[in-house]
Design a protein around this ligand. Structure first.
Ligand code: PLP
Length: 374
């Protein structure tokens, strides 16, 4: 083997040298051994406890092996047609990716060059910030206001090199949202100078009348890009499929940065069926509503402050370090998201799981709180 002539460090860009890799959680079997727990309830990733929509299940269960040898549709042809139909848009206004995570990279690659930056909140889904930074662009982060995105602060953070503004609506992890009026007002003030991304990963959970129809607003605002995913409401997280929508002119640009074949055949077929299973949305919303109504009074009884809005998750403030709480809850068979990484030290985020999982969570949390107050 030939040695590398230069020290490896010399090959690595400055912004990669200082970037820390994200460490995903270990598989369940390893975690059960490590923490001595069984069962283990995962309430860390906002997965849908109802599982995939009934309409998509036969597709997943009966995927025939020879299909695995064939490349998928490179541009999710049928799914984009179905999306066009559903939202009364042109199929070419959609780009499908390997999870919404992949389409974040498409947009950043399409619009940012050396010296450019993006603007988003400091306490939101961190992937916008991460992809910008490990691609060599800076992320201007604005503090939340009352747990929500602060439009004024974001507008003030824009400079000559700002290309993209990312808004998570409703916000993960706080559950706050901009209503139609707030979003329109923001779009008017941006006035087409930047690309505005509205990440609607949780929009299907929202039941509020004034929640904006961002797809509809694309007609009015050609610089608006909307993200959606099949991972949360549609419970296809393991298949990895999400998409973006925008005006034809903006999507034509973003398409240049797409990697074809990144979305597998099964994901495309399952998403196509899941898309119009409205009963699944009704059932999921009912479940989330019921479990939140059971959880929140119990948190109150424990004397814990919480932040609960739209979406399938609740944030809880603890009288101890969230990383310690993570380990103690793991030992009791419940995995939550510790929030130090989201810049919310001493907070945890718990996903609304099955009734059984939520009962296990409340029991474990109660023991934890009683133990620390002794
Ligand atoms: C989960 C999530 C995504 C991306 O999910 P994918 O599984 O990559 O489709 C995007 N944005 C937010 C806010 C999320 O919570």
């Amino acid at each position: 083997m030939n040695p590398i002539a230069a020290p490896l460090e010399d090959l690595v860009p400055e912004y990669i040298r200082h970037f820390e890799a994200y460490i995903p959680s270990k598989p369940d079997d390893e975690l059960k051994k490590l923490y001595g727990c069984d069962p283990l309830y995962r309430l860390n990733n906002n997965e849908n406890p109802l599982g995939p929509p009934a309409a998509a299940r036969p597709i997943i269960e009966h995927f025939a092996a020879p299909g695995a040898a064939i490349y998928p549709s490179g541009d999710a042809y049928h799914l984009r047609r179905a999306l066009g139909e559903k939202f009364s848009m042109n199929p070419d206004q959609f780009l499908v990716g390997n999870g919404a995570n992949e389409v974040i990279a498409f947009v950043i690659k399409a619009f940012c060059q050396e010296g450019d930056n993006i603007v988003t909140a400091d306490k939101t889904f961190a992937v916008y910030e991460w992809i910008a930074e490990f691609s060599g662009f800076s992320a201007h982060l604005t503090p939340l206001l009352d747990f929500g995105f602060d439009a004024e602060a974001m507008l003030n953070a824009i400079d000559k090199r700002t290309k993209i503004l990312f808004i998570c609506n409703p916000n993960n992890p706080t559950g706050t949202y901009w209503n139609r009026e707030q979003l329109i007002n923001f779009m008017d003030r941006v006035n087409g100078r930047q690309i505005v991304v509205i990440d609607e990963a949780y929009c299907e959970f929202v039941e509020q009348e004034d929640f904006p129809d961002a797809m509809e607003l694309i007609r009015q605002y050609p610089n608006l890009v909307v993200f959606r995913t099949f991972s949360k409401m549609y419970a296809l997280a393991g298949l990895r499929i999400g998409y973006l929508a925008g005006s034809l002119e903006v999507v034509d640009i973003i398409r240049r940065t797409c990697v074809v074949y990144s979305v597998n055949t099964l994901a495309q077929r399952a998403a196509l069926k899941a898309l119009n299973d409205d009963q699944h949305i009704i059932d999921t919303r009912n479940h989330i509503r019921k479990e939140k109504a059971r959880l929140l009074p119990l948190l109150k009884k424990l004397g814990l402050k919480y932040q609960s809005g739209e979406g399938c998750f609740v944030m809880i403030h603890l009288p101890m370090s969230d990383t310690l709480a993570y380990r103690k809850l793991m030992a009791r068979g419940v995995m939550i998201r510790s929030m130090t990484g989201f810049r919310f030290p001493n907070w945890i985020r718990v996903s609304i799981g099955s009734s059984q999982a939520m009962t296990a969570f409340v029991k474990a949390l109660t023991e934890l709180i009683e133990q620390t107050s002794q």
